[in-house]
Ligand binder design. Structure first.
Ligand SMILES: [Zn+2]
Length: 218
């Protein structure tokens, strides 16, 4: 009994140790810390510009597929904060290319569920790693959204409409929206709507990654 318990405790300790010191590349699984050199080079930004339905321009650093997708998922869903540095560098490149004049960054508030599960807000984490200014706390969730992942484009829009509210006085202030992955663009469009309703100006958006299959399909 005691040895069973000890075994379980040891297993849990080793799991925790593996999270602290991952021993496999988050991109390909090869024995390595964080990301191997090959996967690191696959995360180099190749800036992609896109106009959303509402005319807003979005700059993204990488395509959300293959190595980039695996690395971002590892960072967001498996606690692999050790891959934040290369992701943050690519994100910063997209942000730098989208910034024009004096702007404040604004990110989408993380859902309560997501924050509880991860213990960190992925976008804020990347901004901090990139030594970029903290996003201005101007958006808040006005109601808890259903999980977007399982929804199609139209359902995402319905689910999001009116889901964000602004706090504070936004008149005369310019904003760049920042997010980790743009899929249909519905989340960014809702954020832009909220900021504009609050009197702020939205100059565009920058994301770490874009989901290729959603673009050009309508
Ligand atoms: Zn690799």
């Amino acid at each position: 009994m005691a040895s069973l318990l000890l075994g379980a405790m040891l297993g849990a300790a080793l799991d925790a140790w593996a999270v602290l010191l991952p021993v496999s590349c988050a991109g390909c699984g090869a024995d390595d810390r964080a990301l191997c050199l090959i996967c690191r080079s696959a995360l180099r930004p190749t800036l992609h510009r896109q106009q959303l339905v509402d005319g807003m321009s979005v700059v993204s650093a990488v395509s959300y597929e293959k190595v980039a997708r695996r690395a971002i998922l590892a960072f967001k869903e498996q606690g692999r904060t050790d891959v934040a540095r290369p992701l943050a560098a690519s994100f910063a490149t997209a942000i730098a290319s989208a910034v024009a004049g004096r702007v404040e960054l604004v990110s989408i508030p993380a859902s309560r569920d997501g924050f509880r599960r991860r213990g960190y807000d992925p976008v804020r984490f990347l901004l901090r790693r990139a030594h970029l200014p903290r996003p201005s706390p101007v958006l808040s969730a006005s109601h808890e959204r259903a999980h977007q992942k399982t929804l199609g484009r139209h359902e995402r829009e319905l689910n999001l409409a009116g889901s964000l509210a602004v706090t504070g006085q936004l008149a005369g202030r310019r904003f760049l929206l920042v997010d980790d992955v743009v899929t249909t663009g519905a989340t960014l469009a809702e954020a832009a709507r909220a900021v504009r309703d609050g009197g702020g100006e939205v100059i565009g958006a920058a994301t770490l990654a874009f989901t290729p299959r959603y673009f050009g399909d309508s």
